[in-house]
Design a binder for this molecule. Structure first.
Ligand SMILES: *[C@@H]1O[C@H](CO)[C@@H](O)[C@H](O)[C@H]1NC(C)=O
Ligand SMILES: *[C@@H]1O[C@H](CO)[C@@H](O)[C@H](O)[C@H]1NC(C)=O
Ligand SMILES: *[C@@H]1O[C@H](CO)[C@@H](O)[C@H](O)[C@H]1NC(C)=O
Ligand SMILES: *[C@@H]1O[C@H](CO)[C@@H](O)[C@H](O)[C@H]1NC(C)=O
Ligand SMILES: *[C@@H]1O[C@H](CO)[C@@H](O)[C@H](O)[C@H]1NC(C)=O
Ligand SMILES: *[C@@H]1O[C@H](CO)[C@@H](O)[C@H](O)[C@H]1NC(C)=O
Ligand SMILES: *[C@@H]1O[C@H](CO)[C@@H](O)[C@H](O)[C@H]1NC(C)=O
Ligand SMILES: *[C@@H]1O[C@H](CO)[C@@H](O)[C@H](O)[C@H]1NC(C)=O
Length: 279
């Protein structure tokens, strides 16, 4: 009987004993010095891991250049994009007799063209020689950029015709080419934009602005601080019979080093959008 009681006593005190054993001075089964050694071991171990991680990171960062990306696409093939782009779909649908229906396009174009204001361009950028690449020495920092004035878009500048042609049903669409660092676009001749309606091939277009060679090469966001992307504006000269028609317009860029017919990528060197004008 006494034996049983003692056992009960022991198992009860066993837990407390395990947490702290006054006899040996052990805490959770280990002495203080044993705990200290374990702590030290993990400190050194994790310290070493952190050091190794930092070192490899540092070595990797040494191989990066602040001004150009380390890995770039195989060949420089810019994509095209249009403005106005309202929402996710590339479409421009409005009623030319209803100002509210095209207001969002006009606002989008106006905002997009803010940095192109002549005065701002004259302040930030320099006048360059047309038709020549603006090649700048590697040591020059920051790089200068050429002026692209809003007035250069003439009838599509939104200055005289503040609705960008939307009120007369001959809307302007801006075409821009994605920036690619170092690309000498066009291979010596100004890249040309050509738009056409797929189902209405004789539809007339007017072009304003240009992708002049002087806007290339582009040196990257950090170096080329005030770079202003060149634009081509296309005014789609819809006739009286072209309203209420669902049109697919495709714009392509041509230049000796620019691709525009990749079957897998329909934005490479080209862009298509839907246009429908009602009245
Ligand atoms: C276009 O707007 C005009 C004026 O608000 C209106 O009379 C006409 O019905 C609208 N057309 C269409 C197709 O919604
Ligand atoms: C842009 O506009 C400014 C101010 O009117 C003018 O001085 C400059 O020559 C223009 N630049 C170009 C490239 O037309
Ligand atoms: C960029 O524009 C600012 C004014 O906005 C001007 O002070 C600066 O000199 C320009 N930088 C270059 C490289 O032209
Ligand atoms: C531009 O300059 C770089 C070196 O700074 C040179 O390699 C390249 O051929 C030049 N391009 C043109 C078109 O002059
Ligand atoms: C605006 O119109 C005036 C006179 O009609 C003309 O002199 C000027 O060149 C036009 N500006 C643009 C950007 O079309
Ligand atoms: C630009 O608009 C004006 C006035 O609307 C017009 O006379 C001129 O022919 C237009 N420019 C072009 C290149 O069509
Ligand atoms: C645009 O392409 C069409 C058909 O491909 C061609 O007839 C027209 O001359 C081209 N226009 C320009 C400005 O290159
Ligand atoms: C518009 O359509 C009418 C009849 O369908 C035709 O007589 C006229 O020539 C067309 N106008 C244009 C600019 O295509």
């Amino acid at each position: 009987m006494a034996d049983k009681d003692e056992k009960k006593e022991q198992s009860k005190g066993g837990w407390l004993h395990f947490i702290y054993n006054p006899g040996t001075g052990q805490f959770m089964g280990r002495t203080a010095s044993s705990w200290a050694l374990i702590l030290l071991f993990y400190l050194v171990f994790y310290g070493f891991l952190a050091g190794l991680f930092s070192f490899t990171m540092w070595v990797m960062l040494q191989t990066l250049d602040d001004y150009t990306p380390k890995y770039r696409d195989r060949v420089a093939n810019p994509g095209l994009m249009i403005r106005p782009k309202v929402g996710s779909a590339l479409e421009i649908v409005f009623n030319k007799s209803d100002a509210q229906s095209y207001e969002k396009y006009v606002i989008a174009l106006d905002n997009f063209l803010k940095p192109y204001e002549d005065l701002q361009q004259a302040q930030k950028n320099v006048l360059c020689q047309r038709g020549k690449y603006f090649n700048q020495s590697d040591k020059k920092f920051p790089k200068e950029a050429c002026q692209f004035n809003r007035t250069m878009l003439r009838n599509c500048s939104g200055l005289n015709d503040t609705s960008f042609g939307y009120s007369e049903g001959k809307p302007c669409v801006l075409v821009k080419m994605n920036r690619i660092i170092g690309l000498e676009a066009g291979g010596g001749k100004n890249p040309v934009v050509n738009c056409s309606a797929k189902n209405e091939p004789q539809l007339a277009m007017q072009y304003f602005g240009s992708f002049d060679l002087m806007y290339y090469p582009y040196y990257g966001r950090i170096t080329h601080v005030n770079y202003t992307q060149p634009l081509v504006a296309v005014k789609i000269m819809l006739g009286a019979n072209d309203t209420n028609k669902d049109l697919m317009i495709e714009c392509k860029i041509s230049g000796s080093n620019l691709k525009n017919d990749d079957v897998r990528d329909r934005f490479l060197g080209r862009v298509s959008f839907r246009l429908e004008v009602t009245e």
